[in-house]
Design a binder for this molecule. Sequence first.
Ligand code: MN
Length: 238
Amino acid sequence: MAKPLIGITTRNGKDSDGHPLTALQHSYINAIVQAGGLPILIPAILSEEDFLDLYSHLSGILFSGGGDVAKEHFSGSSHPRIGEVDEKRDFTELSLMRTAVDDGKPILGICRGAQVMNVALGGTLYTHIYDQLKGALDHAYPGDLRRTLVHHVNVDETTRSAEIFGETLLNVNSLHHQGLKDIAPSLRVAGHAPDGLVEIVEIPDHRYAVGVQWHPEWLTDQPSMQRLFKSFVDASGK
Ligand code: MN
């Protein structure tokens, strides 16, 4: 059987000469390959007609991590730490997210991807957790700590996520300074950090739609994270 074609969203960056480029860390690609999928990158510079055409060829779509979603999309508070805002990427991902939710096409959102899922469906974000969530843990560990397990996530055992991970207590990395605040009506919270911050959301009636706030693509040595990618790719292949 053909491997499921998994689209992965990307960021817009610049090479060392200042020329624009489409970028994605290999960790996402490797995680999809390891799970039996065929990854294909979705540039965040296409017209809506073209990215929706590209989308129509996909079996599933992974929304990757990255900079902050523009606060105008969710009436968020201004904060000096809001960074790497990219209107083209916001537009591309919010449109693809709403389309994939409507179509029932399998969705995995990682970090920014989980935030895009919430914002696309009417939820809001903390624009800087520490100033807006009382008693917040440190969630913004530096990039060289991608494989370091820094907090727990308690998974609600009645959710689909609990089935997917096969565990209700996860050990995760954390590289985000924003987080899910008001949860969109169609999302179900499936896991929290010990400070109460939402770390997993899912859409109960959807074929497969899971968003996680940490970065499982750096933790693929953990069986629970392997199950996350495998369940997503398997759902995409059905
Ligand atoms: Mn966290």
